[in-house]
Design a protein around this ligand. Sequence first.
Ligand code: F6P
Length: 543
Amino acid sequence: MHTKPLIDTVAWRNLVRQAANLKNVTLRDLFADDPARANDMCLEACGLFLDYSKNLIDRQTLMQLLALAESQGVCGAAERMFRGDRINETENRAVLHTALRERRDVAICVDGEDVMPAVRAVLDQMGVFSDAVRSGAWLGHTGKRVRNVINIGIGGSDLGPAMAYEALKPYSQRDLQVKFVSNVDGTHLVEALVGLDPAETLFVVVSKTFTTQETMTNAQSARAWLLDALGDEAAVARHFVAVSTNTEAVAAFGIDPANMFVFWDWVGGRYSMCSAVGLTLMLAIGNENFSRMLDGFHAMDRHFIEAPLEENMPVLLAVLGVWYNNFLGAQTHAVLPYDQYLARFAAHLQQMDMESNGKYVDQDGHCVNWQTGPVIWGEPGTNGQHAFYQLIHQGTKLISADFIGFCQSQHPIGDHHDKLLANFLAQTEALAFGKTRDEVEREGVKGTLVPHKVFTGNRPTNTILADKLTPEVLGALTALYEHKVFVQGVIWHVFSFDQWGVELGKALAGKILPELLTVDEPALEHDGSTNALIRRIRAARGR
Ligand code: F6P
């Protein structure tokens, strides 16, 4: 229970004043006035270098933002999470994704029981299974080795592993084709199965609940596809494995419990890629690379829990996000990786961030009167430069952005990587410092064209740089954002680990489905628009 609403705290009020003070200050001024700025406003941890000097802050702002984090109890909240308290209060669950990548020989207890032996046992089980599949020792029903792995899952049971599979493709076993199917739109499954031999195909059905409509529908259709070709129910045991917390439902589906990989209710879906939910990823990159990724996650976990706030990378990213979101009126935050292998990174962060902090009710059950989670979006550079960057440079909205880049390419061909990095650096420079009217005119531009060529600058960015996109770096980078989201949730005083907002749509879909299917005209009790749309779709489908 917080004694004062967030916006009435001293720390918050100081920041409101500070935003007014800095209203007319530009990044040009800030860099000119403080020659040490670039040197000082940067930080290195877990293989990541963060330059946050191109933000619309001065040193005092930073201190005030950190004071806000402190006054909201970020340190204590982190300790409670790491030690297994039931901080997910609305679901009465602990939040222990950090235990999944704990590398030290320590006990982490939920209700007095150490979870680490079970965590290690499942990782071992995954390792044995993935070695067997990758080496060809695991045979399909007809005796053929597995050549295709299809992950069936959605949301947290898809996005994290799918993102990491794309990111770590250079570390994957290339003769194993890996695909991720999530959408209940049959197109997704059908297209994934085109040209595949069922006898060489392994399905990994991933669902925490094992009741999710999309996943269960895709899994049933995949099962039918397999049995249609192999004609024997016994084939399911060799071609389907499950990752879930729901043993009964897995058995009811017909998957051999011996081929089930468990995780626990203290693992949130969007924070689950280090659990058995990462099985498909492990099948692709192998146990050793998976373990290297966990090392990276763990390193960032330790950094987060140990580093003082002012040298804490997730905390810095979090408070900078709060600054734009709550004091400068930004609505969205872009994540722009300059690496094609991170093509799915923003999609993973979207769920991680927006499902966590997209809440309008605070931990005391009151409607907030401050902004909470921003819209997260992004695409790899340089593609975005030729699409939406125009709006970031010259639009009317303030958009903060993280630029993520790597010094070494996975594929050093020609001068591709130099060009990629040149663009990476050029964009943050242009966004920060822009181009004045004088500079435009000095280039010989005249008359009515001048204002169109002026760049106001002052568009804030973080630069996150690593040497190379290794498994360790991917782990550290992903954990960086997990903890950033956590810190913001604490500051905004929302529950970051539930997701009640997804329920209403699910319930209504359950009601509408039979209304689309019945032969007789159903009595529709929705609003006028929904009723009319249902009738139109029924008519178009001959019902
Ligand atoms: O609908 C949202 C959600 O509950 C996510 O939080 C979760 O990651 C996803 O659905 C999938 O759930 P499950 O793993 O239980 O199939």
